[in-house]
Write a protein that binds this ligand. Structure first.
Ligand code: PLP
Length: 366
């Protein structure tokens, strides 16, 4: 039997070549491994258009470690972070600020409502102590796309700094850190770059990074220390996730061969459209209006049948080779289907067939 296809937003289904890249053991002192790290960081900076203004600092751990490191390093202890929240990852960013004992406030909108740039401008005018704004680009809890360019314009015009959690969008949606004056962008190996989990990275404005000395409360999450050590030695400060870096190198090779960001976006957008169309034909409707839905992960209303249970649905679909994701809304019964990873229309067609026949077999159709 083949491995199940992960319709989840990272870990996700990776290409065979990416998995195969993990069959080599690397010494952390080996100059060939250091060259892998350097070339990965170079490519990540290029994708973000940050080569002349920003630095890429890779960090061991999952994406949240990198978000926490970015806030700990770039928001000074005397600063204040305004977090724009419309889902679980926005809430997590606010919680990080609380843990780090940074002053923060929250501008929260409903799960299906992007933050308004005008409201943000008012909030920034009302509170001059706010030094930084935190935004989740694609809020993975629903898949909603937040208006990065509009928010970035307001943050820049009011002299504040923007920290963007682009975990689930980086590599697929276009993001220009220089043009948008993004102070720090955070993403990880295992989402739209189609690597395996184990490292995050922060693309930080060089001046802000160099000015961050003394901000970090944490030794392991000190980005400036990681950066300076890497600049001096080519090595990671502590044991590097060698196999993850090697897999990401191969995943980036495939990314570039596919045609880079626009090609990746085109494949994901085609996946999303097909998913919406096929499940729509079976009466399964999107939670978000189409124009707010990013082509990363789609939230669908669960079948409106009293007997519906996600667990039974998940197990039956899993049995047939596809891994779904539960919904993350408390108010409504939903499920999520990711459209990122090394999959295209063939896998999406099969997945939709499996989902719709399973719902019929379980008797959840009206
Ligand atoms: C995946 C993700 C993260 C990081 O989650 P980890 O489980 O720590 O990898 C953060 N923000 C967003 C928007 C994400 O999609």
């Amino acid at each position: 039997m083949r491995e199940p296809i992960l319709l989840t937003p990272g870990p996700l289904t990776t290409a065979l070549a990416t998995k195969a890249a993990m069959l080599t053991d690397w010494g952390s002192w080996d100059s060939r491994f250091n060259e892998l790290t350097r070339s990965v960081c170079h490519d990540l900076l290029t994708i973000a258009n940050g080569r002349h203004s920003h630095a890429c600092i890779p960090l061991q751990g999952s994406g949240t470690y990198a978000v926490e490191a970015a806030i700990a390093n770039l928001v000074p202890r005397t600063g204040k972070l305004l977090v724009l929240v419309n889902g679980a990852y926005g809430k997590r960013m606010a919680q990080i600020a609380q843990y780090l004992d940074r002053d923060y406030s929250v501008y929260e909108t409903a799960d299906d409502t992007p933050p308004s740039a005008d409201t943000l401008a008012m909030l920034l005018q009302d509170d001059p102590t706010i030094s930084h704004v935190g935004l989740i680009h694609c809020e993975t809890s629903t898949g909603i796309l937040n208006p990065l360019a509009d928010i970035a314009a307001v943050v820049h015009a009011t002299g504040r700094k923007l920290i963007v959690d682009a975990m689930s969008s980086f590599g697929a949606l276009p993001i220009d850190v220089a043009a948008l004056h993004i102070d720090a962008l955070i993403a990880s190996s295992n989402k739209c770059l189609e690597g395996v989990p184990g490292m995050g990275f922060v693309i930080a404005n060089q001046d802000s990074l160099l000015a961050s000395r003394g901000n970090s409360h944490s030794l392991a999450l000190d980005l400036l220390a990681q950066y300076e050590y890497m600049q001096a030695t080519g090595q990671w400060r502590f044991t590097p996730p060698t196999h993850v870096v090697a897999a990401l190198r191969v995943a980036l090779d495939q990314y570039l061969a596919e045609g880079g960001q626009s090609a990746r976006l085109a494949r994901y957008a085609a996946n999303a459209t097909l998913l919406q169309q096929r499940l729509g034909e079976a009466g399964l409707l999107l939670f978000l209006p189409t124009e707010l839905q990013a082509p990363i992960i789609l939230t669908f209303h669960a079948p409106a049948h009293l007997g519906y249970q996600f667990k039974a649905f998940y197990e039956a679909v899993r049995e047939q080779g596809f891994v779904l994701y539960p919904g993350k809304l408390t108010s409504q019964e939903t499920f999520r289907v990711g459209c990122i990873g090394a999959i295209d229309s063939a896998e999406i067609e099969q997945a939709c067939h499996t989902i719709t026949t399973t719902i019929r077999q379980l008797g959840w159709t009206q």
